[in-house]
Write a protein that binds this ligand. Structure first.
Ligand code: AMP
Length: 280
């Protein structure tokens, strides 16, 4: 496992590997790695000749300066965790290395960027597209692995790949959860002990809603989920939307012939948690 910090170094390694026709898997992360991230690395190691993991807290995707400031950073621990899985390269650039000058590129993802996370975090997905496109350009992966926890992100990245005509296969990977159901997230470590005890209510409510979804209308079910979580004094639902899995259009009726995903964001004190569930 080689740790590289400069674009020129990783490009030079990748150049050699490409000449040998090696299949390259890529896992972009912002660090503070947990089993969710590691599951993506495992998949990549299994299905590619070479795996590159990047760790970079990308400032352009944070619309809240305090969120960027408090985002957990723990490189030594991350490298230790990765050593157990042995990806071939870990790319850890600085902000100056990735953005020697301001990135003014504006992507247009239409509807995908105007709902849910896009609506509530203006500029977030534009920042995600800026960094992921730069990293794809550097790493030139055959396969890139993304977690379904960030469901909308996958839809946006797929659209970006299409728009830029990139030759990379986007591989969505299932959400990894704690034993009590909480979706693993680097932000979970920012929760107080009391908040942590309460937050499994989010996944529990989503799961429960699946069991009787069709006995209520879509609107009624949405209200039920929001009320159930808002009853808890530690939590406030920012949004809960049920959308189709490709265009993220709001689902109006259970009879629509699409795959439906319930996406939620909950504010827990200063910490913003997201989760989702597929209604089959
Ligand atoms: P992040 O470091 O939060 O940018 O996440 C890096 C990648 O890991 C993204 O593709 C996330 O969707 C994925 N990821 C984060 N948490 C989980 C989880 N609990 N299960 C599966 N994938 C995850």
């Amino acid at each position: 496992m080689k740790v590289l910090r400069f674009i020129a170094d990783i490009q030079s390694e990748i150049g050699k590997l490409k000449q040998q026709q090696k299949k390259i898997g890529f896992v972009p992360t912002m660090g503070a790695l947990h089993q969710g991230h590691l599951s993506l690395v495992e998949q990549s190691v299994k299905n590619n000749d070479i795996t590159v993991v990047s760790i970079f807290v990308n400032p352009t995707q944070f619309n809240n300066p305090n969120d960027l400031k408090t985002y957990p950073r723990c490189e030594a621990q991350d490298l230790k965790r990765l050593e157990a899985l042995l990806p071939d390269y870990v790319f850890i650039p600085t902000v100056e290395e990735m953005y020697p000058e301001k990135d003014n590129r504006q992507f247009n993802f239409g509807k995908l960027d105007t709902v849910m996370e896009g609506k509530n975090r203006p500029g977030h997905f534009n920042g995600v597209a800026q960094i992921v496109s730069k990293l794809f350009d550097i790493v030139t992966p055959d396969n890139a692995y993304f977690g379904q926890k960030d469901f909308q992100q996958i839809a946006v990245i797929k659209q970006m790949v299409q728009q830029l005509n990139l030759d990379v296969n986007i591989v969505p990977c299932p959400i990894v959860r704690e034993d009590d159901g909480l979706a693993m997230s680097s932000r979970n470590m920012l929760l107080s002990e009391e908040q942590r005890k309460n937050v499994p209510l989010i996944s529990r409510t989503l799961l429960k809603s699946c069991t009787f979804a069709r006995s209520l209308s879509v609107e009624e079910l949405k209200k039920w989920v929001v009320n159930e979580i808002n009853k808890n004094p530690f939590m406030e639902v920012e949004y809960f939307e049920i959308v189709d899995d490709t265009h993220l259009e709001t689902v109006k009726s259970w009879s629509e012939p699409n795959t439906k995903v319930g996406c939620i964001t909950v504010q827990v004190g200063e910490v913003r948690l997201i989760d989702n569930i597929i209604f089959n």
